[in-house]
Each structure stands twice: as structure tokens, then as C-alpha cells.
Design a protein around this ligand. Structure first.
Ligand code: G3P
Length: 221
């Protein structure tokens, strides 16, 4: 399973990309604006920021388009690809215009991810349109009183039964219990915010055990 860091904060990316299991980074325009301490940013600032991420990350970098129409999304996607090269995966909301853009970028050999997916059929249509990844928003589904895990399982069933090659990447993770469920369900990938990765790695019993073992070592260095 691929594990990604869901962040656009440069200091977090520097820290967490060092972890051997973190394969890359996922961002969205809101995360990038927030990382810059702003509500809105210009395209030049956006581009400069993703360039900086590209200097830190060797793996996949998911970056979202900013237009609502297919033509604009394709242009955004090509510009992002020009900055990040083959590391770029262009995130495009799974709207009807988004699916047209996904198809055109796929024809240009640019990888895409259909994002903000809320139903299994939406995911399937995005896969048929050529999306390399489909990204359901787990916690937002839960918030809408639906079951995020059911959605993950539906999408996995569709990938298998329809023999699709797209990967399921689960996003919008708000607590560490969801991570276990998503791993057990067999999702191909998950993107996790830095604070949740920290929680997943922290266990006081592990720390206590290490402290006790270290006490037994009389010769240091
Ligand atoms: O990339 C952000 C995506 O994971 C959505 O997360 O927290 O805005 O629901 P959130």
C-alpha cells in the first residue's frame, strides 16, 4: 500500500518525506494557500510553491487544477506537469468537465487523479475516462452520514469486477482509527496529514520499553 503525506507545508514535507514508508505528497489549492498563511494565492505563488515541493520530493506529487472548465483544467495540468515532470499527478475534481480534462491529459501521457469522489459510480466513470487514481474523501463521506468504508469497498469491488487498472487512494483522513480500517479493506494507497502520521507512530508502551532497555546499557557511544 502506498502511503502519502497530505500536506503543502514545506517544513512538514521536509520532516515526513524522510520516513521510509512515505512515497510522496498530496496537496490541494487550499492546503497550499494555508501553507503560505493566506486565504487566496496567485498562480505564480502556487507554481513557485509546487516547484519547492518538487525539489524536496522524489516520489509522486499530487497537485490540483484550478479551473472549472475542461480546457482550463487541461492547461493547468500541462503547466503543473511542466514544473514537476513525471512526478506530477494532476488532481481533477470528478465533475463532467473534470472527466473530459482527465481524458485529454491521459491522451497526452500525463497522469491524473479524479478527486473529491463521493460515490462508487463517480469513481467508475473517472476510471473509464482514464484516471490513474480515484480519490474518495473518507471523512467528508462520514460527515455526510454515509459510510466511508462502504465507499472504499465499493470502489475496490468495481476495480476488480470491471478489471480496471486505476488505483484507489483514500484521502480526507481525520483520525488514526480510520487508517487501520482502510489498510484492512485493501485500498491501494492512502494520504494522511502529518499530525495523524505522528499519532500512528506514537505509542507510550513502545517509548517506555525503549527507555527501560536503554537503562540497561551502561556503556554509551
Ligand atoms: O488533500 C486534501 C484532502 O485529503 C481533503 O481533506 O481534510 O479537506 O477533507 P479534507
Amino acid at each position: 500500500m502506498g502511503i502519502y503525506l497530505d500536506s503543502a507545508v514545506i517544513s512538514e514535507i521536509k520532516e515526513f518525506i524522510e520516513l521510509p514508508f512515505v512515497e510522496g505528497v498530496t496537496t490541494n489549492p487550499t492546503l497550499i494557500a494555508k501553507a503560505l498563511g493566506r486565504d487566496t494565492i496567485t498562480w505564480a505563488e502556487f507554481e513557485a510553491h509546487i516547484k519547492q515541493i518538487g525539489e524536496l520530493v522524489d516520489g509522486d506529487i499530487f497537485v490540483q487544477t484550478n479551473h472549472k472548465d475542461a480546457k482550463g483544467m487541461v492547461e493547468d495540468g500541462k503547466k503543473i506537469h511542466a514544473v514537476l515532470g513525471t512526478k506530477a499527478v494532476i488532481k481533477i475534481p470528478a465533475t463532467s468537465e473534470g472527466l473530459k480534462a482527465i481524458s485529454e491529459l491521459a491522451d497526452n501521457d500525463i497522469r491524473t487523479a479524479a478527486t473529491a469522489v463521493f460515490t462508487g459510480v463517480q469513481a467508475y466513470l473517472a476510471m473509464l475516462s482514464g484516471a490513474d487514481f480515484v480519490i474518495p474523501y473518507y471523512s467528508r463521506v462520514q460527515k455526510a452520514a454515509n459510510d466511508g468504508l462502504d465507499l472504499v469497498e465499493d470502489i475496490l469491488d468495481i476495480i476488480e469486477s470491471q478489471e480496471m487498472e486505476s488505483q484507489l487512494l483514500v484521502a480526507s483522513i481525520k483520525n488514526n482509527f480510520d487508517v487501520l480500517e482502510i489498510i484492512r479493506a485493501g485500498a491501494h494507497a492512502i494520504t494522511i496529514p502529518a499530525d495523524i502520521i505522528k499519532e500512528l507512530l506514537a505509542h507510550h508502551q513502545t517509548e517506555d520499553a525503549q527507555a527501560a532497555f536503554n537503562k540497561s546499557l551502561t556503556v554509551k557511544g
